[in-house]
Design a protein around this ligand. Sequence first.
Ligand SMILES: Nc1ncnc2c1ncn2[C@@H]1O[C@H](COP(=O)(O)OP(=O)(O)OP(=O)(O)O)[C@@H](O)[C@H]1O
Ligand SMILES: [Mg+2]
Length: 254
Amino acid sequence: MKTRIIGVVSGKGGVGKTTTTSNLGAALSTLRKNTLLVDGNLTTPNLSLHLGIPFYPYTIHEILKGEAELEDAIFYHRSGLKVLPASLSLSALRKINLRKFGELLRSLEGKTEYVVVDSSPGLGKETQAIIEHSDELIVVTNPEFPAITDALKVIKLAESVGTSVIGVVVNRVRRHPKEIPKEEIEGLLEYPVIANIPEDPKVHVSIIKKTPIVFSYPNSSAARAFKQLAGFLAGEEVKEKRSILDVIFSFFRR
Ligand SMILES: Nc1ncnc2c1ncn2[C@@H]1O[C@H](COP(=O)(O)OP(=O)(O)OP(=O)(O)O)[C@@H](O)[C@H]1O
Ligand SMILES: [Mg+2]
């Protein structure tokens, strides 16, 4: 089986990496793609909270310490999605070997169709390991300069190690007149914008519900954008049934 290991990176924190990872995973599983999500944010993990994964004795941290095998730590979400969570405890951070982290990512080759790896904010060693050991990267940003500047750093780092960047996901788009437009982001980062995820209060509600918005509000504009992104990655067109009300609402949202 050919595996695509896709890292989700941003540089700046809080822009929507974990939201993108969980929803991309949800959308890929809706497309019946065999998908494993990995919490590669080893320092401040929260992918399991976005997905409602209960406390788990074995996580990626135990694997990296040689205290568990991959199979012990994989959580099978009711949607069919597989998740490798990270430990929420501070003590789990001790004795983590980052060289082993890269090896673990590469060892997933052949085990599933898609591996989507969430990353931590900043450009520390754990993020560098993801940039280096992924096949491809998705760069998440917001339509504002501080986030775009950091995205550019991630892109330069990816280019320096030869990992291909698929494109940019612009999250929290409000279509505000002062917001940096897609074309300008593409010009600055020199990569295509492959998804525009709107600012949507239902994203926040979905995090409280511990269910990706793709599952909790599948017809919301943000969920649709994530499903389009999954379709783009998988090379499949995602056809959405749109009611007349949706069409009218989307017209007024412009
Ligand atoms: N499209 C959106 N619309 C509204 N709110 C959003 C959207 N995307 C993300 N958020 C809000 O932003 C917060 C941060 O998102 P998320 O945790 O995905 O960012 P992150 O990049 O993973 O952060 P960190 O760098 O700390 O890991 C979420 O808790 C959510 O409330
Ligand atoms: Mg996160």
